[in-house]
Design a protein around this ligand. Structure first.
Ligand code: EPU
Length: 420
């Protein structure tokens, strides 16, 4: 038995689509909360499977978790630093944030290798190098990492790649370390600012988040606090793209437009008509067919790798040859094989795809091979003739908050079904 999402294509979308709290911020904020010595309330928590899995990990650690609407109250007052060798750790990538959080708080962590979407190799060597620079010993045996330190001390750490995960993990490991930690070539994604904001509200001393040099001055105690998560820029971008494909005046709300400027300026270059407000983006019905465009993924503020897959679905409808190059994950092109099944004309190269358009898409049985591939197929399904049946929807539910409900509310025809 498995759940599928069926989308009947060809229906225009209209009205408002509200963006949920950021998945990639939430999955770091939840582990960060255990660094406090009192209850942390996080609001704007999206209803996604990654949050359920992180809550399950919190419960293994004897952390009290209370859910109320979109609030999560995380109380680590009675927590125990047990070994995280449960399979739930392998269900998502972000479980690796418990490495930094538990190392920072207890000087010891033993946990399984994290999982997550397969996008090609996803090493964590930079996280490990950061922990080692802070004074930790790292060992890997029988599928588990053991990371321990008698004494964590500040250090100067240069990241060879501006990694989001390594930046956040090192920040968390350094909050209680003695002295000053400087992370150079730090990643600048908005989620990093959100985590630094939470840590500072708890009493940490983190400066420079959002720039490429972050300084952490160690403190001795962190308290509980209240924090509202930033809107999800990738969900917002996904909605803007699907509205550009099939919308008749769709207003996307709870957006920080600055966070997706690389996308909105690309869509405007393609001919989309966008009205960008303070915290909303309206996508007007396209009068003319969109033009082809080239896009290369880069770390923030460049074009996000997480939006190249959704954008590819729209590019199948643009006039001319579009090119997508992914410099972050060279193998993140499985969605192109699924789009080809639906009639798209795509040539896949080494880290690139050439998309010829416009082509008619036809509904078919397709598979969400990873989260953003799923988003791409949802958009393709809205465009296509007939019904698209998307399999392995658990990938979509890991990161999109009830996407089928949000589509239906905007006039889309999407339903879930359980099949044998
Ligand atoms: N990298 C290394 N060594 C490391 C860490 C990263 O070589 O120790 C490489 C990666 O292989 C990749 C690049 O550095 O080529 C950037 O990876 P990064 O560490 O920034 O990615 P991440 O932290 O694992 C987060 C998001 C991803 C998003 C990337 C890039 C979370 C939980 N995940 O992953 O989100 O694609 O940043 O922006 O925040 C998604 O939401 O669909 C998703 C995959």
């Amino acid at each position: 038995m498995q759940e599928v999402i069926r989308i009947e294509g060809g229906h225009r979308l209209k009205g408002e689509m509200r963006v949920s709290g950021s998945k990639n911020a939430t999955v770091a904020l939840i582990p960060a909360a255990v660094l406090a010595n009192g209850p942390v309330t996080i609001t704007g928590v999206p209803k996604i499977a990654d949050v359920e899995n992180l809550s399950a990990i919190l419960k293994l650690l004897h952390v009290n978790v209370t859910e109320k609407e979109d609030h999560l109250i995380i109380d680590p007052s009675n927590m125990k630093n047990v070994d995280l060798d449960d399979d739930v750790v392998t269900k998502l990538r972000a479980s690796y944030y418990f490495m930094g959080a538990l190392l920072g708080k207890y000087g010891y962590v033993r946990m399984k290798m994290p999982g997550g979407c397969y996008l090609g190799p996803r090493p964590i060597d930079l996280h490990i190098k950061g922990f080692e620079a802070l004074g930790a010993d790292v060992n890997y045996d029988r599928g588990c990492y053991t990371i321990k330190a008698d004494h964590l001390h500040g250090a100067k750490i240069f990241l060879d790649i501006a990694s989001v995960g390594a930046t956040i993990n090192i920040m968390m490991a350094a909050v209680y370390a003695e002295g000053k930690t400087i992370i150079e070539n730090a990643a600048k994604e908005p989620e990093i600012i959100d985590v630094a904001t939470l840590l500072n509200k708890m009493g940490a001393n983190v400066r420079g988040a959002g720039t490429n040099v972050i300084t952490v001055n160690g403190v001795q105690n962190l308290n509980g606090c209240f924090h509202e998560i930033i809107p999800d820029r990738i969900e917002a971008g996904t909605f803007v793209i699907l509205a550009a494909a099939m919308g008749d005046d769709v207003k996307i709300t709870n957006v920080i437009p600055k966070h997706i400027e690389s996308l909105t300026s690309k869509l405007q270059e393609m001919g989309a008509d966008l009205a960008i407000g303070i915290d909303s983006i309206e996508v007007k019905r396209a009068i003319r067919i969109l033009k082809a465009a080239d896009v290369t993924t880069k770390p923030y503020p460049g074009f996000p790798t997480d939006l190249q897959q959704p954008l590819t679905a729209l590019m199948t409808q643009a006039d001319g040859v579009s090119q997508v190059t992914d410099t972050i994950y060279k193998e993140r092109f499985k969605h192109c094989l699924e789009l080809q099944r639906m009639g798209a004309d795509i040539e896949i190269g080494n880290g690139t795809a050439l998309i010829k358009g416009p082509t008619r898409l036809y509904g078919d049985k397709v598979t969400a091979t990873d989260l953003r591939c799923g988003a791409c197929l949802v958009i393709a399904g809205l465009i296509a003739d007939g019904v698209t049946e998307i399999h392995d929807v658990y990938h979509i539910d890991r990161g999109y908050d009830r996407i089928d409900e949000k589509l239906r509310a905007a006039g889309g025809v999407a339903e879930r079904a359980v099949i044998a």
